[in-house]
Design a protein around this ligand. Structure first.
Ligand code: SF4
Length: 456
């Protein structure tokens, strides 16, 4: 289970980011559809950057593109089924325009590899997450025979490749790739490879480019982002270096692993006002036997102590988490401990899932799935009900306060605008404000998901 969050899980794939500056479409146009987590959004921007340098330009509509790439996710079977469904829709495009290069990239490409050609024989290109450096050349090769490269690199971090960033007010910067944790339920280490960090000077360079492009907020990305290290430079040092980049006012990161928080990192977060007081801190289960079976490398006591330390050091800290219910062997008593821990910690929000087996993981091979589908469903409903109540109560504590908001753009209702607080809460407010500006908003009401307010 990936700890990076799925982007807009219920709203379909993200379209190709716009390439702002005009480049001659000498080689044709490209459209990238992104599935999965923020890491994939960031990778899609790298892919577009590579193709842009090679003379491609971005198509605004998939139907008009010469190259169509689906950047995919393998975290759950459902994610792969969606892409297979999308590919079958695209068979019409291939029939109408056989010269279009249709590619599948990312985690699912690595996971299914050649099998994809059996299932979708009209795919021209299959590229794993470490194969984007040669993307332009691979697209050329795929014009003849189907081309495939799913090798994982021990050292590929895409140093020197500048992303073509999407619109929006946040710049994603990948600071490390892969994962060495091997949680028993998770496929990420198998499809994204071993952990490796990007050189700190390259990350600072990326932050400087983002600032020059006008971004005031950056999010540092990695599967276990706080295990980052470049020689003597650890994640706390990296945050400080990025905080010194002129023009950057907010720094976020996702997703950290609870075991990789150090006192130095906690102290740095508490001290530097540019580092946002929000942490996505994946819990997964509130029962020690389950955490052990998951190979999560922390106990519930350690997790609770970490939360205590973080809250003591970082005023107003907002916390979100991931919870898996119905992991093999989880008893009713174990599950009750998860509910207890949630009541104790009072997360601002949570991503909650029923356990489902993922082929190729240790859990699938070695741990029999003992919890019935009905029980899993009931437990999921219980955690969601509990968390919804807590989220609403936490949001209610904001009512009456004035918060600084980074404006994202117009909200759905005319005359309203939406943005984010530094604690990563979505706020919709009455009044108009330019995207990518900071405004003060007084919170007047809330739901469990959204703060509601008016310009202060
Ligand atoms: S830390 Fe665990 S859950 Fe997160 S990516 Fe690595 S193996 Fe997967």
């Amino acid at each position: 289970m990936d700890e990076l969050k799925l982007i807009e899980p219920s709203h379909g794939p993200a379209p190709t980011p716009a390439i702002e500056d005009v480049v001659p479409a000498e080689r044709g146009t490209v459209y990238v559809e992104t599935y999965g987590c923020q890491m994939n959004v960031s990778d899609s921007e790298v892919m577009l950057g590579v193709l842009k340098s090679a003379g491609y330009s971005a198509a605004t509509r998939l139907e008009e593109a010469d190259v169509v790439l689906l950047n995919t996710c393998a975290i759950r079977e459902h994610a792969e089924d969606r892409v297979i469904g999308r590919l079958s829709q695209l068979s019409h495009l291939k029939m109408k325009r056989p010269d279009v290069v249709l590619g599948v990239c990312g985690c699912m490409a690595k996971h299914l590899s050649e099998q994809l050609l059996d299932r979708v024989p009209y795919v021209d290109l299959i590229l794993g997450p470490d194969s984007y450096r040669d993307l332009a050349q691979m697209v050329q090769e795929a014009r003849g025979e189907p081309a495939l490269d799913v090798k994982l690199g021990r050292s590929e971090t895409y140093v020197g490749l500048d992303p073509a960033r999407s619109e929006g007010v946040n710049a994603w910067i990948t600071v490390m790739r892969g994962c060495d944790k091997f949680c028993t339920f998770c496929i990420v280490p198998y499809v994204r490879g071993r952990e490796r960090s990007v050189a700190a000077h390259e990350i600072v360079r990326q932050a400087e480019i983002a600032a020059q492009e006008g971004f005031q907020e950056v999010t540092l990305l990695g599967q276990t982002v706080n295990s980052y290290h470049d020689g003597e430079t650890d994640f706390a040092d990296l945050l400080e270096q990025v905080a010194r980049v002129e023009g950057i006012r907010r720094i976020r990161f996702t997703s950290p692993h609870p075991s990789d928080f150090t006192p130095k990192l906690i102290e740095t977060m508490g001290r530097d006002p540019k580092i946002c007081p929000f942490i996505h801190l994946p819990l997964q289960s509130g029962a020690d036997p389950v955490l052990e079976a998951m190979q999560r490398s922390y106990t519930t006591a350690e997790y609770r102590k970490l939360v205590e330390d973080l809250r003591a050091a970082i005023p107003g800290l907002s916390l979100s988490t991931d919870i898996i219910v119905g992991f093999p062997g989880e008893t009713r008593e174990d599950f009750d401990r998860t509910l207890d821990l949630m009541r104790g910690v009072r997360f601002d929000s949570a991503f909650m899932f029923k356990y489902s087996e993922r082929e190729g993981t240790v859990a699938e091979r070695e741990i029999p799935d003992t919890v019935s589908a009905t029980e899993k469903g009931e437990r999921l409903e219980e955690v969601i009900t509990l968390q919804n109540g807590i989220s609403l109560e936490v949001n209610q504590t904001y009512v009456g306060r004035t918060v600084e908001v980074l404006v994202e753009g117009p909200a759905r209702r005319p005359g309203q605008t939406s943005g984010k607080t530094d604690t990563f809460k979505t706020i919709v407010f009455t009044g108009e404000a330019e995207p990518n500006t900071f405004v003060d908003v007084t919170v007047t009401d809330c739901t469990q998901k959204t703060l509601i307010g008016e310009l202060a």
